[in-house]
Design a protein around this ligand. Structure first.
Ligand SMILES: [Zn+2]
Length: 317
């Protein structure tokens, strides 16, 4: 699983920060969380491709989070995307997209599936689940988590050999957690596998004040991408505009026992984002202030140490 920060600016872009968008790539599938202006060009620069299985999650209906959607959809269509595109977001997203697509005469080559979501389970597959939870912003804002299902435990070849199971298809089925029939007997995966291992969990806050509900929602995230619009010195502004400070984001990460916190959605008033990173690290040490195009490779939780050292090494550059 890979996380790429496509844009890290809040409200106003700058010469070094594009508007907010976060991309998660998992098993060849793309998951966008918000789509700031020009997101399709960033995607092209990264040579990611416009015809991948793609789902877009919209946290809330503010321009900086959705203006890139129409451009992305039009470019995908001009580049003859043929796979369906799934968009999930709050009430109003369907009208916004369909009205503008109609008014602008955008012709779609692919099927656009728009789902206006509620809190709770948004998607369930046999590999992962995506949940939404309301935050506290000036408009309905959904935070999201992507949680992978548990993986089968470690395979012990010695145990399989002891049961005389031949290598090949039968081993591979057992490794995938499937039971097999061998010598007129049922062999259960638990006979040759260790305990099941947890999948990865990532959280995305959207724009929000910190809340107790969100802390619970983000519990045990391997990575939490949290808005940090303001410095701790502008806490009143953060309250007034329903955003979070760096310190508040760090408190959410700490209380939810998140491993790595990535700060994003910075106000253009700050030139030096490392000050916000320092503020947050005093509360939650494993914190990175995101920059555009920073990317993170996310190993499984049982390989957590690799994550931390990789990420901390990257932040020192
Ligand atoms: Zn915003």
């Amino acid at each position: 699983m890979k996380i790429i920060l496509l844009g890290t600016a809040g409200a106003i872009p700058s010469s070094t920060r594009k508007l907010i968008s976060t991309l998660v790539i998992r098993d060849g599938e793309l998951f966008f969380f918000d789509a700031g202006e020009g997101v399709q060009q960033t995607l092209m620069n990264l040579k990611i491709g416009m015809n991948k299985p793609t789902r877009i999650f919209v946290t809330h209906m503010h321009g900086d989070h959705i203006f890139g959607l129409l451009g992305l959809i039009q470019t995908m269509s001009l580049l003859t995307r043929d796979k369906p595109l799934y968009v999930y977001g709050p009430l109003g997203i369907k009208n916004f997209l369909l009205t503008n697509i109609k008014n602008l005469g955008i012709i779609l080559n692919f099927s656009l599936v728009i789902q206006e979501i509620k809190e709770g389970l948004v998607i369930r597959t046999n590999k992962f689940k995506i949940y939404a939870k309301k935050g506290n912003h000036s408009r309905t804002n959904f935070a999201f988590t992507l949680k992978e299902n548990n993986r089968p435990g470690i395979f012990y070849p010695k145990k399989a050999k002891k049961l005389c199971i031949p290598e090949g298809k039968k081993w591979s089925a057992l490794q995938k957690g499937k039971q097999i029939r061998f010598n007129k007997q049922i062999i259960k995966p638990s006979q040759v596998l260790g305990k099941s291992r947890p999948g990865r969990k990532i959280g995305i806050s959207g724009d929000t004040r910190p809340t107790t509900r969100l802390i619970k929602f983000f519990l045990d995230c391997d990575v939490l991408i949290h808005e940090s619009t303001y410095s701790k010195h502008d806490k009143l502004l953060a309250k007034d505009r329903y955003h979070s400070t760096s310190v508040e984001a760090a408190q959410v990460a700490k209380k939810s026992q998140t491993n790595l916190l990535i700060l994003t959605h910075f106000s253009s008033r700050y030139n030096k984002i490392n000050i916000l990173e320092k503020e947050a690290r005093k509360i939650h040490h494993n914190t990175i202030a995101g920059n555009d195009l920073m990317n993170f490779i996310l190993p499984y939780p049982d390989e957590k140490r690799i994550t931390s050292s990789y990420v901390l090494a990257q932040s020192n550059q």
